[in-house]
Design a protein around this ligand. Sequence first.
Ligand code: AHG
Ligand code: MN
Ligand code: MN
Length: 335
Amino acid sequence: MAELLTLSRHILQQARDHHEATGDFNLLMSHIATATKVVARQVSKAGLLNVLGKTGDTNVQGEEVTKLDIIANESLKAMLDDLPMVCALASEEDASFVTTRAGATSGRYLIAFDPLDGSSNIDVNVSIGTIFSVRRRATVGELPTEADFLGPGSELVAAGYAVYGSSTMFVYTTGKGVDGFTLDPGVGEYVLSHRNMTLPDRCRVLSINGTNRDRWYPGTQAFVDHIVGRTEARYERTTGRYIGSLVADFHRNLIYGGVFAYPADTSSPEGKLRLLFEAQPLALIIEQAGGAATDGRQRILDIRPDGLHARATLVIGNTREVELYGRYEAAHGQP
Ligand code: AHG
Ligand code: MN
Ligand code: MN
């Protein structure tokens, strides 16, 4: 039988090879992965547990909250609360961050997460996921502040996601490439299935919600027209795919090659997606896989969010297309 390289073993091997990661950090990563397995189990049983549907509340973003959103959020917070090396947790579902029971003053790491990305797909059995990032704070020994979370994405020490699809996968980077693992339900472990993931040098897919076209700014319209209309051999087969779960759209594009765009538009002038919980972690992953991410003006990883829930345009995928978006936006002027 082929050797199973589990995520825990992979984390230990990487630490050994790079002589950098501390035992603390390894435990932190393994624990995040375990937490996503708990969410995967909840997602897989959602139809059986009477947790589909809306709670009737809206979250801090003013969006309807589904029950599984809450369950995933609470599970992740409970699982990560025990880690002494983590001082605080910020979730897309909560207005402010929480300090952990175990490490509020002494923990060096902060974790931000989107507990369930793709909420509109929960009730219809379409892929959803969890996105996370880890950063180190400058000073320890005091209670963390919101400002500790608000560094640029270039300062992240790790980022990743789990996608709950036809199988459950866990994809992460610590800044040394991107590796993907598939949950083996028999073993109950993530097993290395996609070593050193790199974005194919071809834009096979364009992912954008085309029904927003009447709200797009001219640069976005020109960009999409260019991609759809081009006939060079390299692009001939660029096709449209849009799931409505960023994490699943991103995962597909990472494997096939492609660009995902959620631009600011006239009804969301700041953009829809969140810098801290969605754009930063995926931008770190795409750069590590050889791609790029922009808000149309600057590299996503260079942006300093001005709040936990700051939003931005996100255009992410093949470097050539991401740069092209920036050129179209510049040519048509900023709104
Ligand atoms: P979330 O479920 O965490 O609120 O995120 C939803 C996001 C993202 O996953 C997806 O790409 C996008 O919203 C879809 O938005 P539209 O329905 O406006 O296309
Ligand atoms: Mn999301
Ligand atoms: Mn979410």
